[in-house]
Design a protein around this ligand. Sequence first.
Ligand code: ZN
Length: 401
Amino acid sequence: MKKVSYEVKTRLSGTLARTGVIHTPHGDIQTPAFIVVGTKASVKSLTPEQVSSSGAQAVLANGYHLYLQPGHELIEKSGGLGKFMHWQGPTFTDSGGFQVLSLGSGFKKTLSMEIEGVSPDDVIAPRKERQAWVDNDGVTFKSYLDGSMHRFTPEQSIQIQHGIGADICFAFDELTSLMDSYTYQAESMRVRTQPWAERSLHEMQRLRKLHPERPYQAVFGVLQGANYEDLRRETAQWMADREFDGYGIGGAIEKERLGEIVQWCNEILPEDRPKHMLGISEPDDMFAAVEHGVDTFDCVSPTRVGRNGAFYTFEGRKNIRGNMYKEDFTPLLEGCQCYTCQNYTKAYIQHLFRAKELLANTLMSIHNECFIVGLVDQLRASIEDGTFYAFRDDWLARYYQ
Ligand SMILES: [Zn+2]
């Protein structure tokens, strides 16, 4: 069974930033790489051919959603996630911890990553509204589809992800919110997230032995610890001492502190393993994560904002619904090589939005995915040729002017 492995290619001197390759049974990922989100085994409104022609290298689906619908057993019968959704490249699955826990204390409220101006009452849902309950062995939750009760333990999360068949799986973890106290964060990390990570790893090792004919599936340990340096370093050391194939840096992170939090983790984590940052939303976060040694990250923004009419340009995000585009017969972004910009005008795409034509979502998503993949390609090239900081400063100044 060929393992999932990582090879460093270049390092940016004096930093943790690097380029490299993740080898998986379904192909290589040149890093840093943006991993496209296909939560329910579909990148919303795009065919896999459209996803791959945007330059995307891998897709991340969600164990929780696929467990509820259509069920991991069905995906397993079909030959695994890639085959089921007709995606040829590498795949990731998230454990479902985030989705399950966001039904808990954060249910119907923001699991806010920005605490300014937010009180605990805005974030912590009353007991009766909760849809998930955590104990030291796992999480019990109500299905968002039909209200039926379910339970995830680390073993079950891995059995689900094993059935789905992604190349890279994440250990089951407890997601905490920035509103939780230090004491809660520390207890959650030591009593649940870390033991759950170890149980996730052991369960995958057991399943690998049971099914030696199947391609290797990696387990990435997930680092929690919120904004606390001592907790982040402690969990990084704990994870580094165990046989994870890679790591997921997750949890409650204040945007302004993303870079330093990632740095605390990556200074300790082994260099020869890939590091994934779970759920990034904005380009400045991508620069900060990559500068501090993140190799891959996932982001729903390109398709999500696209469906709301937003498109990326070098001068920031714009909205196609704006009146100034009514008779604008130029592409979304002059010089963009994507299919949308090569063939359609802003006036036409605005018309599609106003007429509620489904093609609007597809055309916007193609452009936005291409834009972000292209940005990460340039990021990678700038690490290789040593121009990372100049590229970052120019790019961000123009985008956030
Ligand atoms: Zn374009």
